[in-house]
Design a protein around this ligand. Structure first.
Ligand code: PLP
Ligand code: ZN
Length: 411
């Protein structure tokens, strides 16, 4: 079938492989499996692909040949992506690792990795002719969706749990979106949104646009490979909410190998969850086949999905690549935030605290060996979740504006 997009070639069922046209579809009619874009990888050449990337914009759209829409499509674009890959020698030394990198997605346009998925989903939604944009959010997606909707001049409705962090709600309102605060947790919000999506002609970036949305996460994997000089690391540590990001980093590496843009080599994918919402980590530990839903209770609100859509796929990726899915305690989240900020000058939100704390555990357990070149994905900005730190942090000195008093306090 022909369509208006340069890529992907089709949508394909992740369970049975049945193909569908590139339309706003999410579920396979044969087996109810989730659909995802499939590309004509044979038509791409590694050298030519790399050249195309390197001559592209300094945003994730430099990877347009392996993204929905492809070259030539009119984009909803705030410049998401192509964020720094920071060499983290201080943290590496503290942990006892040889080479550690921080992929710093806290510096995206709305300060989290969610800008990546939204620019892709909203570009496709507009191309499909949707006139209003919506999402079910744990917070960061609300900011990203609202920001991109403002840029596109599209009406935007954002559904969130009503007890989210203040900064995430306030920024969403500042971007001009209508915030629907739902009395319930994210899984309740998500269920409501599935019903609204069946009723109103709105594009929900992570519901009826989900196959396109999730593709944006691949660009984190593409960037790491390019920024390492077109090669793959030995081990990556990825935070898990729905599990989409983790599965897509793996897919990105696989696509780069398939087109010949990097050399094939073994790499390991590990996942990170907080103790208060660890359905995937628990299933991994138990050796289970299924991920049992939980009721989240964690300060890592952006990871608080109790019934993760891609949880089972994430578990398979970790098993297949000899990675591990691990959790950290709620207190370790704070330690992780402070450890990264105080060693590398990168202030991350609670999700980043989870990633750093789990990285530390994996090194302590010997799962990550000292010689493994490791990349930790820092997906959000600490200024959005300052309330998490409040019980633990206060000024070192509290003095009158008086030199003698200060010197006395200093000791
Ligand atoms: C959404 C989110 C994630 C994880 O995303 P999934 O693809 O749903 O697993 C990680 N970190 C932050 C900060 C997020 O907002
Ligand atoms: Zn199917």
């Amino acid at each position: 079938m022909t369509h208006a997009f340069a890529s992907p070639a089709a949508l394909q069922c992740r369970i049975c492989g049945q193909q569908y046209p590139v339309e706003p579809l999410t579920i396979c009619e044969e087996c109810f499996g989730p659909l995802e874009p499939a590309y004509d990888l044979q038509s791409l050449d590694g050298d030519r692909f790399r050249e195309h990337v390197e001559s592209g914009p300094t945003s994730l759209w430099r990877y347009e040949e392996l993204l929905p829409g492809g070259p030539g499509i009119d984009r909803v674009d705030l410049g998401a992506g192509f964020t720094p890959l920071r060499r983290a020698d201080n943290l590496a030394e503290r942990l006892g690792l040889g080479t550690l990198w921080i992929k710093d997605d806290s510096v995206n346009p709305s300060n989290s990795f969610k800008d990546r998925v939204v620019t892709v989903a909203m570009t496709m939604a507009r191309a499909f002719g949707f006139e209003a944009i919506s999402c079910a959010s744990t917070g960061n997606l609300a900011n990203a969706t609202a920001a991109h909707a403002a840029k596109a001049g599209m009406p935007c409705y954002v559904f969130v749990p009503d007890d989210l962090e203040r900064a995430k709600i306030l920024a969403t309102e500042a971007y001009g979106a209508k915030v629907v605060a739902v009395k319930g947790n994210y899984d309740d919000v998500n269920r409501l949104c599935a019903e609204v999506a069946d009723t109103l002609p709105w594009a929900f970036v992570n519901v009826n646009m989900r196959p396109y949305y999730a593709e944006g996460s691949k660009t984190l994997g593409f960037e790491v490979a390019e920024q390492l000089g077109w090669r793959l690391p030995d081990h990556v540590v990825v935070p898990i909410a729905s599990g989409a990001l983790l599965t897509k980093v793996h897919r990105a590496f696989g696509e780069l190998i398939a087109v010949g843009a990097v050399e094939e080599k073994p790499y390991r994918v590990s996942g990170a969850q907080p103790e208060g919402c660890r359905p995937v980590a628990q299933a991994f530990k138990d050796g289970a086949e299924e991920v049992r839903p939980v009721r989240p209770d964690t300060i890592a609100r952006s990871l608080a999905i109790g019934n993760p859509a891609d949880g089972m796929f994430a578990m398979h990726v970790a098993r297949q690549t000899r990675g591990q899915i691990e959790w950290c305690t709620e207190r370790e989240i704070i330690e992780g935030i402070e450890l990264l900020a105080s060693t590398e000058g990168v202030f991350t939100e609670t999700a980043g605290g989870v990633t750093v704390a789990v990285l530390r555990r994996l090194v302590q357990q010997g799962v990550i060996e000292p010689g493994e070149e490791t990349v930790a994905f820092i997906t959000g900005n600490g200024y959005k979740t300052v309330e998490a730190l409040e019980p633990y942090v206060e000024p070192t000195f509290h003095v009158a504006p008086d030199l003698d008093e200060f010197l006395a306090a200093l000791g």
